[in-house]
Design a protein around this ligand. Structure first.
Ligand SMILES: O=C(O)CCC(=O)C(=O)O
Ligand SMILES: [Fe+2]
Length: 326
């Protein structure tokens, strides 16, 4: 039985823990401090997975990039099991924690902060087929600041008619930042678990090149903006997109169910967009670069002015590519 003093210290401890959680990225409190080993490792790294000059210029001019076949079928199966199991739990409860409404198997399902929910999600944070392209675009002072998945079941009736929700990512960033062209700040990588190689399958729609403008003309009659295209991708393909790219989810008028898992990467000084639940075990079992991606840091100042131990990705890149990574 707790006495009053115990209770008080328990409550203080809880308050302290929730303050850490509320800060988004946690410090390495309670877990091993980040350390740089003699060699910062990136498992399965292969130079051929790096961003090519053609991919870089396509991403910079179009605002997005599709890389085919990044997931072997076994990984796609593993990831889909994780997605389905979480969906099942929510359907069994009948309650969607995001919309805070009742949910059935006919509804679109969105779940964020997924990294801690299954090792399958964590393992793709630094996936060798995609992650080298992320640092190829953003550089080394980066972390994962958001993760989520979407399940779009086949729709019925009037839901098919609703206009697409065109947006740039990051909400208020697009209002609060002044300047003619707002900065890129972050990008997303979507791993598609469904065959979206034909339109009508809840494809992500994009307006190529629209990341280089602050606004998009969206016709009031609900028709498509000029230049809009559906991204056609297969199961196992990845879509990279600049957060400024105007994009939209779309209705699923097909028979298939669309499933996609998204990872947001941004600079370490950016706040996380979801609660970024990271357990001590997740940090303990992660190599230094993965720990960096999970937000580990020596202190908050080091998000802005990192010490060597905060950014093992820099050590790794310098070791492999020399001083070009300033
Ligand atoms: O449903 C989609 O494909 C779009 C998702 C989206 O807007 C995003 O992940 O930022
Ligand atoms: Fe978006």
């Amino acid at each position: 039985m707790l006495d009053a003093t115990d209770l008080k210290s328990t409550l203080n401890h809880r308050a302290a823990k929730s303050a850490i959680a509320a800060s988004g990225y946690r410090l390495s409190l309670g877990a091993e401090p980040p350390t740089v080993p003699a060699r910062a490792i990136m498992l399965n790294f292969r130079p051929e997975d790096c961003l090519t000059p053609e991919e870089k210029s396509a991403f910079e001019s179009q605002g997005f990039l599709v890389i085919k076949d990044v997931l072997p079928e076994a990984r796609a199966v593993e990831l889909e099991h994780a997605v389905d199991a979480l969906h099942r739990r929510v359907l069994d409860a009948g309650y969607d924690p995001y919309t805070k409404k009742a949910i059935t198997s006919q509804d679109v399902f969105f779940l964020s902060n997924v990294l801690h929910r299954d090792p399958a999600f964590l393992h793709l944070i630094d996936w060798h087929r995609t992650f080298p392209k992320v640092w190829g675009i953003l550089g080394w002072n980066i972390a994962c600041y958001h993760s989520h998945f979407l399940i779009n079941p086949a729709l019925t009736g009037s839901a098919k008619q609703s206009p697409l929700g065109w947006h740039q990512d990051s909400g208020r960033v697009n209002r609060d930042l002044e300047g003619e062209l707002r900065p890129r700040l972050s990008l997303k990588v979507g791993f598609y678990l469904s065959d979206c190689s034909a339109p009508g399958r809840a494809n992500t729609w994009v307006v190529p090149g629209s990341h280089l403008k602050n606004n998009l003309d969206v016709p009031a009659d609900g028709s498509l903006p000029k230049g809009a295209i559906p991204v056609l991708v297969k199961r196992g393909d990845a879509l990279f997109f600049d957060r400024r790219l105007f994009h939209a989810g779309s209705p699923n008028v097909s028979e298939i169910t669309r499933k996609v898992v998204f990872y947001g990467y941004g600079y370490r000084w950016l706040r996380p967009k979801d609660n970024m639940t990271v357990s001590d075990d997740m940090l303990y079992f992660s190599d230094p670069i993965r720990r960096q991606l999970l937000g580990a840091t020596t202190d908050f100042n080091a998000y802005f002015s990192p010490n060597e131990v905060d950014v093992p990705l820099r050590s790794f890149l310098r070791e492999h590519f020399g001083d070009q990574f300033e």
